[in-house]
Design a protein around this ligand. Structure first.
Ligand code: FES
Ligand code: FE2
Length: 439
């Protein structure tokens, strides 16, 4: 099967969402090659703290080493392959100790001790043999405290990979007067019974909110208006929900910016800069830290959502981050995080928490509606014989492209999906070349 034949400029074949063979190719040519988000440094604050995760099909562990650096290692004992860290997270002390035969390893993965070493005398297994140590990810790097790893020694640097989408992390951290955020160590982990692409497409899909989320947005707006009429103003969290019921014209006026590597930005539409005393106090702290001009620049970036393709959705003004770890063509684990800006009033943190609880948590009416669409989408594409193609024709030919970046002229343009599949096809080129050679 040649993956490049499945993607056309304005439509894609349904098998890219459903075929397990395509999923395996994606793991090989995308996830196990590119930079993958591991977590935030503050998830492992102390020496020996670890967090386990999946990069592509590989079980990995992110750990804080004694020299304070963050390592990313394969979570596998080199003796007989047992997973070294069986828990999601914890503290392993000064060493990893295998539960099976007690080989131990330094926090950078180097073997520390093998019990009864003399049993290996005369064999090719000697402690200086790298096969005795835990294997490390080929590359680890971080940007503003957000840690990434690549299982491939080759390819672009992290800075090149992130490109202009690094603004996701700048926009989040610059809202702190000390330029840092800290993870809130509660992470919802949700298994979505749908292909990962549904989530990625949906994040910048401005055509769906006023339909999918109408049942939440419209009542929220009614209550918000009633409170405003009675009290002059309504709490900001009503606004989080009521904007989902914006008109199609309003959605069309919000631009998406789509980068060549599939990353993208949905510009701001929510009006997240009220003039209440908490916000004014926060802004005064930023002005003191950065000066009037810089603080204004930081506060007026037009961003609602930044996507790092193919797995990260960052809502920087609200300190939200969601990360995908696909496990099958029709199954995707998502991690849902939020962050605390260091050095700001507690009221500003509560706004992130509201958004986390009202919109991004799996228990909310918003996320639940999205999940239902994605699973029904998966069922339709897997089962239905009524058609083989998924349409991305909306505003096709009507966007503006400059230096490889596609700027939508209509917010509801399916430029987002077309751009993501342009990146997908690029990643999958080696797979396509192999198929052609084999044919
Ligand atoms: S499998 Fe780990 S020490 Fe034997
Ligand atoms: Fe949605």
């Amino acid at each position: 099967m040649n993956p490049s034949a499945l993607v056309e400029p304005d439509r894609v074949h349904r098998s890219v969402y459903t075929d397990p063979a395509i999923f395996e190719l994606e793991m090989t040519h995308i996830w196990e090659k590119t930079w993958v988000y591991c977590g935030h440094e503050s998830q492992v604050p102390n020496v020996g703290d670890y967090w386990t995760l999946q990069i592509g099909r590989q079980p990995m562990v992110m750990v804080r080493d004694q020299d304070r650096s963050v390592r990313v290692l394969y979570n596998r004992c080199p003796h007989r392959g047992v997973e070294l860290c069986g828990n999601q997270k914890g503290n392993t002390g000064r060493a990893f100790v295998c539960s099976y035969h007690a080989w131990t390893f330094h926090l950078d993965g180097r073997v520390r001790a093998i019990p009864l070493m003399k049993g290996y005398d005369g064999t090719r297994l000697t402690p200086d043999n790298p096969d005795c140590s835990m294997k490390a990810a080929a590359r680890v790097d971080s940007y503003r405290g957000f840690v990434f790893a690549s299982l491939s020694a080759e390819g672009p640097s992290l800075a090149e990979f992130l490109g202009d989408a690094k603004v996701a992390f700048d926009d989040m951290c610059d809202r702190s007067p000390v330029g840092e955020v800290e993870v809130v160590p509660i992470c919802h982990r949700v298994v979505q019974h749908s292909n990962w692409k549904f989530f990625m497409e949906n994040q910048l899909d401005a055509l769906h909110p006023s339909v999918t989320h109408q049942s939440t947005g419209v009542p929220a707006r009614r209550v918000e208006n009633r409170i405003k009429a009675e009290q002059g103003k309504a709490p900001l969290f009503f606004h989080y929900l009521s904007t989902f019921a914006s008109s199609f014209d309003q959605w069309d006026s919000v631009q998406t910016v789509n980068f060549p590597n599939g990353h993208g930005i949905l510009k701001g539409y929510m009006g997240l800069r009220p003039t209440d005393p908490d916000t004014l106090e926060h802004e005064a702290l930023l002005k003191k830290a950065y000066g009037e001009e810089k603080a204004e620049e930081y506060l007026s970036r037009s961003i609602h959502h930044v996507l790092i393709y193919p797995y990260l959705s960052v809502q920087s003004p609200l300190q939200q981050l969601r990360c995908l770890r696909p496990t099958a063509a029709n199954r995707t684990l998502s991690e849902i995080w939020h962050f605390r800006l260091k050095g700001v009033p507690e009221a500003i943190y509560r706004r992130s928490l509201w958004y986390y609880n009202l919109v991004n948590s799996p228990a909310t009416m918003i996320n639940a509606d999205d999940l239902e669409n994605w699973i029904k989408g998966q069922w339709g594409l897997e089962a239905s014989k009524a058609g083989d193609w998924v349409s991305f024709h909306r505003n096709f030919g009507g966007d503006t492209e400059k230096d490889g970046v596609i700027y939508s002229n209509n917010g509801t343009s399916e430029a987002v999906m077309r751009s993501q599949f342009r990146a997908w096809a690029e990643y999958m080129k080696p797979a396509a070349a192999q198929t052609v050679r084999a044919a």
